[in-house]
Design a protein around this ligand. Sequence first.
Ligand SMILES: Cc1ncc(COP(=O)(O)O)c(C=O)c1O
Length: 408
Amino acid sequence: MAFSSVKLAPPIEVFALVSAFNADNHPDKVNVSVGAYRTEEAKPWVLPVVRKVEASMASDQALNKEYLPVAGLGAFTEASVRILLGEDSTAIQEQRVLGIQALGGTGALRLGADLLHQEANKRIAYVSSPTWGNHIGIFEKAGYEVRKYNYWNAEKRILDIESFKKSLLEAPEGAVVVLHAIAHNPTGIDPSQEQWMEIAAIMKERHLYPFMDIAYQGFASGDLDADAWAVRYFVNQRFEMCVAQSFSKNFGLYNERVGCLAVILPDNSLLSALKSQMELIVRKMFSNPPSHGARIVSAVLSNPALTTEWKENVKVMADRIKLMRQKLYEKLRSLGTPGTWEHIVQQIGMFSFTGLNVRQCEFLTKEYHIYLMKNGRISMAGVTLKNVDYLATAIHEAVTTVADDPKL
Ligand SMILES: Cc1ncc(COP(=O)(O)O)c(C=O)c1O
């Protein structure tokens, strides 16, 4: 038997939670596990601007199903890099930015990891502690030794900047450092602009290679330019770097797998060679990318009226999430739930890192049919005006009846 020694792999937590939620018949069940936007009715939302573009694509006889170029749809990668770096980006003007279409942000991370491994001899990658769990798996699978840099002070629920800087100072020269460009997952706490400047200065001095992951551009502030500040700052500091962009969240194109890897170079002398190597990596991995989502994004971004409409759609999502943070916070305060809950309104992006321990999370699922990650992360997108009181009451019960042991 070829597979006689196969072992059952551990479940992928977020997908297991979604399945369990779907199988649960409880009328009050709440899904705050997956990082996907929900409407006030707790339903998935196809952005109106996406529906509009899809309708016109469906009747466009000029579109066909031919393969895209290996590096992806040119109009898409150009537009993608433009919203990342800004209309007036000098790096773009100097033609030293390579954009490659990828299978979502995940695919962009993997392509970048492979490129750096193959062409820049990178072998060590640092990820934040905690981080989005897949960072570790993606870099391990690409042959890296994955190490962690300090990020979080769990007790105070704040960024531990001194410890973060210490990790960077101790990292070996040349190591890849994966940075969440905006709306850190899972903590929802980002460095301030001054802290980003300090991080950049250390990375310059230590010759560390930034690999930024931007999966939530627009989600934090509702403003795409403001949310790209850290990326643009690093580019202006003339770092060589990679950026993995995802359009899963800000375009709501989750299952279309739309992403882009942007590789920023010091000048354009090696751009063609790098692109040719990147194309070989893509060719051997999935040959060429899918077109549907990339066409939607490029159609929107190449039309000013549609772009404005899209930005409004993004703002609707960002604003609703902000409102839910406020409502959840107020409700916990009015219940007198022990502990401080300011972090719920201070954190940004899609998630709140509640500080609930594993047993409290299990209690919420078992007793209240509320599905959340065991690290206490909740997706604020799953909170609505209809379920926020229920959620707050359940959190109150969990906090007051289940021991708050920070070690758990
Ligand atoms: C921090 C972070 N990076 C990357 C991704 C990847 O997104 P996708 O591959 O779905 O585009 C996610 C998705 O949850 C994320 O949270």
